[in-house]
Design a protein around this ligand. Structure first.
Ligand code: SF4
Length: 254
């Protein structure tokens, strides 16, 4: 399952589903403990060396030009769902250079937000969500972005990926792994895990990936998934960790 912005709207059902999934995983890990990833130190060393050549993902890149605050991280992340990085980056800058608090953002009408964030995916729905999120932050959280993961999930349009990103990049907390489509696909290709959803990947990775790599995991695997281990026909011939990869379900490569 990919993260669909519209799918994140029903946060209560998603919350129940995630709770159930976590419970199931807890039981199964107790009965069948998982093995840690083999050669993980070497893999991360090789990846880091390769990825130093490329630009960092958009959620962090936009922060060069806008204030590095939890609110800006949250709004940029909502804008980024189902949207290309370069489009998200420009839309975040147009909106957050000036409207960088819940109060300031609420001075804008839905139509004005739409004009500022267009052409991000689902820009009309997102404009509505951004106003709802800002209103909820003011009314329920004294205009602050909650530092509690489960409280973040209560905000409309905020799913596990967004909440994890806000915890890691907004609040600088450790102990979280944001999982997007790249972070889900690549560990499955490598043969580290065999999972069906990003939610399941998050739970299983936390069992097998040493905690020292959690903070860098999202940045590294998003960039790796955009540049080398791309969804269709990955560039295995120039992959620095090819000799560690089982290439599960890779039918065609370059
Ligand atoms: S060898 Fe290919 S499939 Fe495996 S991680 Fe590298 S690019 Fe991805």
């Amino acid at each position: 399952m990919h993260y669909l912005f519209l799918g994140e709207e029903n946060s209560f059902l998603l919350f129940l589903f995630n709770y159930f999934l976590t419970f199931l995983n807890k039981i199964s890990f107790t009965i069948f403990p998982l093995n840690k990833i083999k050669n993980v130190d070497e893999i991360f060393k090789l990846l880091k060396k390769e990825l130093d050549k490329y630009e960092i993902p958009v959620i962090n890149r936009a922060k060069k030009d806008i204030d590095d605050t939890p609110f800006n991280t949250l709004i940029s992340c909502v804008l980024s769902l189902r949207t290309k990085d370069e489009v998200t980056e420009k839309a975040s800058l147009r909106l957050l250079k000036k409207y960088n608090t819940p109060e300031k953002l609420l001075t804008l009408s839905e139509g004005e937000i739409e004009s500022l964030i267009y052409p991000v995916g689902f820009y009309k729905t997102k404009a509505k969500r951004l106003r709802e999120i800002s209103k909820s932050l003011i009314e329920n959280y004294s205009s602050e972005v909650p530092k509690d993961f489960d409280e973040l999930l209560k905000l409309k349009g905020v799913g596990r990926k967004t909440a994890n990103i806000v915890m890691v990049y907004g609040h600088k907390k450790t102990g979280y792994i944001p999982i997007d489509t790249h972070c889900h696909r690549i560990p499955n290709r490598l043969g580290w895990i065999k999972t069906k959803t990003p939610e399941e990947t998050e739970v299983v990775l936390k069992k097998i990936l040493p905690e020292q790599y959690w903070d860098d995991f999202n940045d590294m695997f998003v960039t790796f998934g955009q540049k080398i281990c791309v969804p269709i026909s990955p560039f295995c011939s120039k992959c620095p960790i090819e000799h560690h990869c089982k290439k599960i379900n890779v039918k065609r490569s370059r």
